[in-house]
Each structure stands twice: as structure tokens, then as C-alpha cells.
Write a protein that binds this ligand. Structure first.
Ligand code: CDV
Length: 309
């Protein structure tokens, strides 16, 4: 056994006018709860410090900088780092990053048990659009406010295992998991903000959206023999509903723990990293079975090229 006792720390809604300090207080409460339950690694959602601001259109792009962090830790987040170090707990959370060069990313970090940032990931697959779209039921302006991540999909040695990150929409893309799978990943942690309504097809329904969410996680876990932990920001934010669905998926692709509800809450599970070995050494032994001579189009083209005729 090579266990990581992991806490998936779901956040309920964060309203537009809620301060970073207030959110950090909620995150610390969840951390204290996770500590009582014996967790050594806590994972929070995408853009954990604010409301899901890409639903709001700022005519002036720079106005949106109020949602971004210029440093990490910041004065507002330092208490979270301090409490994590005090508990000896590693953590991962998402935030909007504004770099000293003026670049904007949708970012997640891993902080080790001593409170040091040891991993950074910037969201690669940005959904949505970059201009106000009157045809949609609501806006999803990630392409307006962020540039695509420039760090790839690294995997870090931490907590005795191989841990990678992705963010929300990344979970729907098999390439995300496979690039980490090719680095031996044993645990993928991710946060998400998923509206319960499809802005371009309101008849889709929550049930189908939840199905696609779980399908993506379960396929990614199974096909790469890795644990996957997905953590929601859920509930009604400023009149817009985000779905829940915080869950932990084992390397067989089975959901082994699920959080009910759309409030702040912690889901704790022992993830035995040794459980990744069987899949990695048999059906998904990449070294023996992958046929890269046939995979060229995956990196050579973006859109679909129809066959001739
Ligand atoms: N934050 C996200 O990336 N949300 C997308 C929505 C827009 C579909 C998601 O994939 O859940």
C-alpha cells in the first residue's frame, strides 16, 4: 500500500461581492475538517478565490484584472498557506494569475506540506468565446480573459507519488490524461466550475451534463490507470447555477467516493497509489502496446480533415 489520504474540498457558491478574505476563511474551515479526518492532501476547485467571473462581460478587458492575483501567496491567501503548514498538509487550488509581464492565466498550484509552491499548471483547454455573444443564455468568456497555458501537463513527485493537475474543461480531453499518463501519473487532481445549463443548448439538462462530467473522468482514469479527483465549485452564484459532482475515481475508472449537495464540504478517501500498477503493467502498458506510428494527426492537426471524395 502507498496511501495518500486525500480531501476533495468542494466550495459552495461565491458571490461577486464576497472578499478573498472571506473565501479563505471558508477554505481554512474545510482544511481544519480535513485535518480532523486525517487528510494529508487537500484539493480545492478551479478559480477558488472568487466567483466564476468569466460569466461577466467587462467591456474594458483591464477591468477584469480585479479578479486576478498578482502574487501567490498574497496577503489574503497567506493565512491559508500558514494553516496548511501548521497542519503539515499539502494542498492544491486554482486562481486567476496575472504575471509581472502582464499575462493572464487560469492557474492551479500544488503546495507541499511545508507550505512551498512546488507545482504550477496553467489551463490549456479554454472553453467559451472572447466577445459578448447575445445568442447564449449566459456568457463564458474564458477566451477573453485568459491565454492558453504555456506549461504543458507536468507531473511532480510529491507525497510519495506522481501527481499531475488539470483544470475543468481539460478533463474532457483525452490528450490531457495521456500526456500525464506518459509520465507515469498516479493521481490527477482538478477543480471545476461547470454551469448546469449549456449556454448554447438549454434543453441538454443537468443529468446529461453530469453524465459527460463523470464519463470524462472515468475514461481518463481507466485508460491511464490513475486516480482522478475532481472538485466542484457548486451552487447558485449571482443567479447562475454551477453543478456539483465532486468525486474520486479509482484507476479502474470506478467512482469510489462522491459528495452530495452544493455546499462547502469535504470528501476524504484513501488513494492507494499501488492500485495504479496493475493497469499500467498490463492492458495499458504503454511501452508494449502503443503504436505511435499511427498517432501523427493528434499532434499535427487541430480540426477535422475529411477523407478525399
Ligand atoms: N470552467 C470550465 O472550463 N467550464 C466548462 C464549461 C463551459 C463546459 C467545462 O468544461 O465544464
Amino acid at each position: 500500500m502507498r496511501n495518500i489520504r486525500l480531501a476533495a474540498a468542494q466550495l459552495g457558491p461565491i458571490q461577486k461581492d464576497e472578499s478573498r478574505q472571506a473565501v479563505v476563511r471558508r477554505m481554512i474551515d474545510l482544511m481544519d475538517d480535513a485535518k480532523m479526518k486525517g487528510a494529508e492532501f487537500i484539493v480545492y476547485p478551479e478559480l477558488a478565490l472568487t466567483t466564476f467571473f468569466p460569466r461577466w462581460h467587462h467591456e474594458e478587458r483591464a477591468e477584469a484584472d480585479i479578479w486576478f492575483e498578482r502574487e501567490m501567496p498574497s496577503a489574503a491567501t497567506q493565512p491559508l498557506f500558514d494553516r496548511a503548514a501548521q497542519h503539515g498538509m499539502a494542498m492544491s487550488f486554482g486562481y486567476a494569475e496575472l504575471t509581472p509581464e502582464g499575462r493572464h492565466f487560469n492557474t492551479s498550484i500544488i503546495v507541499d506540506k511545508e507550505g512551498r509552491i512546488v507545482g504550477k499548471y496553467r489551463k490549456v483547454h479554454l472553453p467559451g468565446h472572447d466577445e459578448f455573444d447575445p445568442e447564449r443564455t449566459h456568457q463564458h468568456l474564458e477566451k477573453r480573459y485568459f491565454e492558453p497555458g504555456d506549461l504543458g501537463f507536468p507531473v511532480w513527485r510529491i507525497l510519495g507519488g506522481l501527481v499531475g493537475m488539470c483544470i475543468c474543461n481539460d478533463r474532457r480531453w483525452p490528450e490531457t490524461y495521456r500526456v500525464m499518463g506518459l509520465q507515469g501519473v498516479e493521481l490527477v487532481v482538478l477543480g471545476f466550475n461547470t454551469p448546469s445549463v449549456n449556454s448554447q443548448n438549454s434543453s441538454e439538462g443537468l443529468e446529461k451534463r453530469m453524465f459527460h462530467h463523470k464519463l470524462s473522468l472515468q475514461a481518463g482514469a481507466y485508460q491511464n490507470a490513475t486516480w482522478v479527483v475532481a472538485v466542484a465549485k457548486a451552487g447558485v452564484e449571482d443567479g447562475h447555477h454551477l453543478m456539483g459532482g465532486t468525486c474520486i475515481v479509482n484507476p479502474d475508472g470506478e467512482i469510489v467516493a462522491e459528495l452530495e449537495g452544493e455546499e462547502d464540504g469535504v470528501l476524504v478517501h484513501d488513494c492507494d497509489l499501488e492500485a495504479t500498477r496493475f493497469g499500467k503493467e498490463t492492458i495499458f502498458d504503454f511501452a508494449r502496446h502503443r503504436r505511435i506510428e499511427h498517432y501523427g494527426p493528434i499532434t499535427a492537426q487541430v480540426g477535422v480533415r475529411l477523407p478525399p471524395g
